[in-house]
Design a protein. Structure first.
Length: 314
């Protein structure tokens, strides 16, 4: 039920808000709330609404146990510096990223004491009434450059988690595959260098396995429509399906398939406000090497049913 509610939370939030709008006595308060959302509240760009008690609620353990989702820590991360976690693959929705970096269900704070994680998502999500309050309480913040800089600059131990592949990678998310959109993704590395934040690759085995997706190879009508939608709105809508609440064949709930997020070794960078393209690309090569090492180390344990090897497609 926890997974079902989370899967429908955005739609449910919109429905509840529209129901509240049907009560004239509440209109002044709702207008003030909308003004607060769109004109005043800057919390999504500062990550200052995280509520540790909310992240630690028992319901999030139920959420993680459904798959089950867990984290595997490879080494300690000292809390005397900021961090940028790069999460791969994106999957359809990124349920493993939520369980690991937006809740305490997998024991992040016990594994890395003193580090304050902020999972980043599209700014548009913070324009949805009520829903925004829930995700901000989990420490989820905007993925804008301003937000990244504000959080990393707020002190040692601050960490941001960027699901690097984004909308483009979600179109490649299929069970048994690991096709990563990474070669041209230099922005998160540049931000890390500018703030002297160590880069930590994270590979989440099983993230691509929890949904099935319709065929959408390049050149097909489905692919063209999805790319056009992405260019217009900044995100895309993969045509996917999982299981239902009372059946295992068709629905919008994810399948119960194990997710293991392996948090790799940090890549230390020297702080530089204006790094050269050569320096950014050098750090990127080190990052890809570490990500590849994680895959090769654990693929036979956590990706036994893989159809092909890790591929960095773009």
């Amino acid at each position: 039920m926890v997974v079902a509610v989370w899967s429908m939370l955005l739609v449910m939030s919109c429905f509840v808000f529209l129901m509240l709008c049907s009560i004239p006595a509440l209109w002044p308060f709702l207008v003030m709330y909308l003004i607060w959302i769109f004109c005043i509240d800057k919390s999504p760009a500062h990550g200052n609404r995280l509520a540790p008690w909310f992240r630690s609620l028992k319901v999030w353990q139920y959420f993680a146990e459904y798959y089950p989702a867990s984290l595997l820590k490879e080494c300690d991360l000292p809390a005397d510096r900021p961090y940028v976690f790069g999460y791969h693959p994106h999957g359809i929705i990124g349920m493993g990223a939520l369980a690991t970096f937006a809740t305490e269900a997998t024991g992040f704070s016990k594994a890395f004491p003193g580090i304050k994680p902020h999972l980043l998502t599209l700014t548009n999500n913070f324009h949805v009434p009520l829903y925004r309050e829930v995700i901000m309480s989990l420490g989820i913040s905007s993925v804008s450059r301003e937000s990244c800089s504000n959080i990393l600059a707020s002190g040692p131990g601050q960490a941001i988690t960027i699901v690097v592949g984004g909308a483009a990678e979600s179109l490649s998310a299929r069970p048994g595959t690991a096709d990563l959109t990474l070669k041209r993704r230099l922005g998160f590395i540049k931000v890390a260098i500018q703030h002297g934040a160590d880069l930590v690759p994270v590979f989440s085995f099983g993230e691509n396995d929890i949904y099935n997706q319709m065929p959408n190879e390049k050149g097909t009508t489905v692919y063209v429509l999805q790319k056009k939608f992405q260019s217009m709105f900044g995100f895309t809508l993969p045509l996917f399906h999982g299981r239902g609440l009372l059946n295992y064949n068709l629905g919008l709930m994810p399948y119960r398939r194990r997710i293991v997020s392996v948090i790799g070794r940090p890549i230390h960078v020297q702080r530089c406000e204006k790094p050269s393209l050569e320096e950014v690309e050098r750090v990127q090569r080190m990052y890809i090497e570490e990500l590849t090492r994680i895959w090769n180390t654990y693929k036979d344990e956590f990706a036994k049913t893989r159809l092909r090897e890790l591929s960095i497609v773009d």
